[in-house]
Design a protein around this ligand. Structure first.
Ligand SMILES: Nc1nc2c(ncn2[C@@H]2O[C@H](COP(=O)(O)OP(=O)(O)OP(=O)(O)O)[C@@H](O)[C@H]2O)c(=O)[nH]1
Ligand SMILES: [Mg+2]
Length: 241
């Protein structure tokens, strides 16, 4: 059966979250032809066996495992590379993104008045359910990134996105690229629409990123992405005669 939508979920040590999240994704997409790819990044807990056990019950579930821990961006890349759909939905595996928002993003992507060169519909979290330290760091980080990259993204850290698979395949890959999707997509001449989405508290498991570590890495990457954007020369259209 052909698949139109591929949902890609990067996970590491999310044993209690994957099963309820899978159920919510399947419920949200009952009117779609879809697959769900969970990409496990060498978890140390029972995430993989929980997914394996769910396979018999959920025929649309695909499970991919990294033999080495390579990071969230790498897991997203693996999932998108293996995806069969023309549209890819990416969301976090910790249950903080609400799968009920997926149809809203898909409708925005397919809307008859959506721009022809639409590359991505990205979520923006309405009300963050994170602690204040994280919210404050995120606000500062978003402000600095926006002023340097001029990418117009208010909430680059929101994990929920719908992308054209071919657009993702054009983007350069580097560790933590998932935080710079808007800037990278604009670099390639595509448009982005932002949609306000729900955000939920993390109920199980632990956050994988510390505030300071995340900021340190993001500052280095910021200069790299700025360089990438400045060094991009692509034609708006190509004509064959
Ligand atoms: N595959 C893979 N996934 C990861 C890795 N680190 C985090 N993730 C997943 O990426 C998603 C986001 O990670 P979180 O720890 O929730 O980080 P966050 O949502 O950016 O930040 P919080 O606000 O702290 O939750 C979750 O599904 C994690 O399991 C990793 O190294 N590899
Ligand atoms: Mg999270």
């Amino acid at each position: 059966m052909s698949v139109e939508v591929s949902v890609v979920v990067p996970v590491m040590n999310e044993e209690e979250n994957v099963r309820p999240l899978l159920e919510e994704i399947v419920a949200a997409l009952q009117h779609e032809s879809f697959e769900v790819l969970f990409v496990d990044d060498c978890s140390k807990d029972s995430t993989v066996s929980v997914l394996e056990n769910a396979k018999a019950e959920f025929p649309m579930l695909r499970c991919l495992y990294h033999g080495q821990n390579c990071g969230q961006s790498s897991a997203v890349r693996t999932g998108v590379h293996r995806a069969q759909g023309t549209l890819v939905v990416v969301l976090d595996g910790d249950g903080q993104n609400d799968p009920a928002d997926i149809p809203v993003l898909l409708n925005a992507f397919r809307h008859p008045e959506a721009p022809n060169n639409l590359g991505m519909v990205a979520g923006e979290r309405r009300k963050r359910h994170d602690n204040w330290r994280k919210r404050m760091a995120s606000r500062v980080g978003n402000g600095i990134r926006r002023s340097i990259l001029r990418d117009n993204a208010k909430d680059a850290g929101c994990g929920l996105k719908v992308l054209s698979r071919t657009v993702f395949m054009e983007l350069p890959y580097f560790d933590h690229m998932h935080r710079f999707m808007s800037a990278l997509i604009l670099r390639h001449g595509y448009e982005i629409i932002y949609v306000s989405v729900n955000h939920r508290p993390r109920v199980h498991g632990q956050s994988k990123y510390g505030v300071i570590d995340r900021m340190r890495k993001s500052i280095t990457d910021l200069w790299g992405v700025r360089w990438l954007r400045r060094r991009c020369r692509l034609p708006i259209d190509v004509t064959e005669i």
